[in-house]
Design a protein around this ligand. Structure first.
Ligand code: NAP
Length: 469
């Protein structure tokens, strides 16, 4: 009798074989076909929104309002990638005409094109059951690039994953595309997931999840005889620097905004602001009191999975062992009670445990006595998806230093607002230096995400028929 693992492995072989069989056709497909598929997927999601949201809520507990918004975002994103494909993004070329004469001035004709990498293994995220799952940004950008996708379903929403996949499968069939353009692997063990990323016919991996899971898979990818790109979006603590220049105004409004951002989705956002840096100043003390007031009574919903709750309790207990509690959290209800901690800048910079992500409704306030100490705090964070700077509107030497420090560690730097909420557009950058992502020069949100799945090839003195491909 076959074991569970054997069954998973042969299922993986079949899915990857289908994807591989579709790779050439899909890689050479024209913009019209790719755009039609992406728009067809968006329409299918919207047509079945009501029942999908019920299913997603049952499995994730994220609530109908949030999940409906996420369906809208996912459909918008699919259509946005369709527009980007029609605008020619994956087909862009650089043409250098031949130049007569001796090198270095003289040269042959060179045309740089981009080719689809091939089948992509996509690991869905738990915290966005639509927007970072079966038909989320990784799938949309890989399909837009001309790469078939093998989805590794997240165990946190198995029924939803299957329902969305079934809709997608029907769209693929209706459009008479090879079924291997999109396949799914359900219930894979960790060993089976490792087998998938090491499969010789898999050409790239896209992953959103924990640092531990991401680095385990990243290592396996790099142990392959022929390593492939691994686009991992891992944990992030998203520091927010709130200077007195911002807090001397309407700090109460800012405190309410920040409390909402820290607790939104029960804090299960990769861009949740987990570290709040303030300067020693009366306006900062007032702001901390206002933040505590705003955050303490927030009632959260249940966390995505019991293991996520366990992880949050463990991470916040670790921070509590080094830091002061700003208030005693109320007893956990349906979801965990929000928590706020406080620590000095020096402790933060020397203690790596304080820089671990608390994935849940909590934040750590770091008190600095000078701008140099704020820079040290940012410098101690090796990589983060976002850094927010409040109060740097004036062009001054110290503000410039903070902007440099923020840019050095982050993919996105905000000068107003809060980091939760990641717009899908051409300029977006969602990915920062390690450990927030494994490929800081790429993004997993926005249309530039397509570039991850394309490889440049320079065609030298190519005949016309090759250039027409
Ligand atoms: P996760 O535990 O890393 O799981 C993500 C995916 O990878 C799942 O399909 C998981 O399946 C698989 N996986 C995990 N470890 C693996 C391993 N060693 N080998 C092979 N496959 C592995 O992430 P999660 O369940 O979504 O969330 C857990 C934590 O991730 C959170 O507490 C949070 O810290 C972080 N997180 C970060 C982001 C972000 O955007 N950066 C988003 C969500 C979560 P199995 O569990 O079945 O193995």
């Amino acid at each position: 009798m076959a074991t569970h693992q054997e069954l998973s492995l042969s299922t993986i072989d079949q899915a990857v074989a289908k994807a591989s069989a579709a790779a050439l056709v899909w890689g050479e497909s024209k913009a019209a076909a790719r755009a039609a598929l992406l728009r067809g997927l968006a329409a299918a999601l919207e047509q079945h929104q009501a029942e999908l949201v019920v299913l997603a809520d049952r499995e994730s507990g994220l609530g109908a309002a949030r999940l409906s918004g996420e369906v809208a975002r996912t459909a918008f994103q699919l259509r946005g990638f369709a527009d980007a494909v029609e605008a020619g993004l994956p087909y862009q070329r650089v043409n250098d005409a031949a130049v007569v004469g001796a090198p270095p001035v003289g040269r042959p004709q060179l045309i740089r094109v981009k080719r689809a990498l091939g089948p992509v293994a996509m690991f869905s995220a738990s915290n966005f059951p639509f927007a970072f799952s079966v038909l989320g940004g990784d799938t949309a950008s890989a399909l837009a690039a001309g790469c078939p996708v093998v989805v590794k379903a997240h165990p946190g929403h198995p029924e939803l994953s299957l329902a969305v996949y079934e809709l997608a499968r029907r769209v693929v069939a209706r459009q008479k595309l090879p079924e291997g353009v999109l396949t799914i692997i359900e219930g894979a063990s960790r060993a089976a997931a490792g087998y998938l990323v090491q499969h010789p016919q898999i050409a790239a991996v896209a992953f959103t999840g924990s640092f531990q899971g991401g680095t385990a898979l990243w290592k396996l990818v790099n142990e392959r005889p022929r390593p492939i790109p691994f686009y991992g979006e891992l944990g992030s603590i998203n520091p927010l620097v709130a200077l007195p220049a911002a807090l001397e105004g309407n700090s109460q409004k800012l405190a309410a905004l920040l409390a909402g951002s820290i607790t939104q989705g029960c804090g299960q956002f990769c861009t949740s602001p987990g570290v709040i840096v303030v300067l020693d100043h009366p306006a900062s003390e007032r702001f901390i009191a206002e933040l505590a007031e705003a955050i303490r009574p927030v009632k959260t919903h249940r966390m995505l999975t019991p293991s996520m709750k366990k992880g949050f309790d463990g991470a916040s207990d670790t921070v509590a062992s080094y830091a002061t509690r700003v208030f005693q959290p109320e007893v956990d209800g349906v979801g965990p009670a929000p928590r706020l901690f406080s620590v000095g800048a020096k402790d933060f910079t020397i203690n790596a445990d304080l820089r671990e992500e608390m994935f849940g409704p909590a934040a750590l306030i770091v008190k600095a006595t000078s701008i140099e100490q704020v820079e040290d705090v940012l410098g101690a964070i090796s990589g983060t998806l976002t850094t927010t700077l409040w109060g740097v509107n004036e062009d001054s030497e110290s503000n410039r230093a903070l902007v440099h420090a923020a840019e050095a560690i982050s993919g996105r730097v905000l000068f107003a607002g809060v980091p939760t909420g990641v717009a899908v557009c051409a300029a977006q950058q969602h990915g920062g230096p390690w450990p927030s992502s494994t490929a800081a020069q790429t993004t997993s949100v926005g249309y530039a995400a397509i570039e991850r799945f394309l490889r440049p090839v320079a065609l030298q003195d190519a005949p016309a028929w090759v250039l027409a491909m």
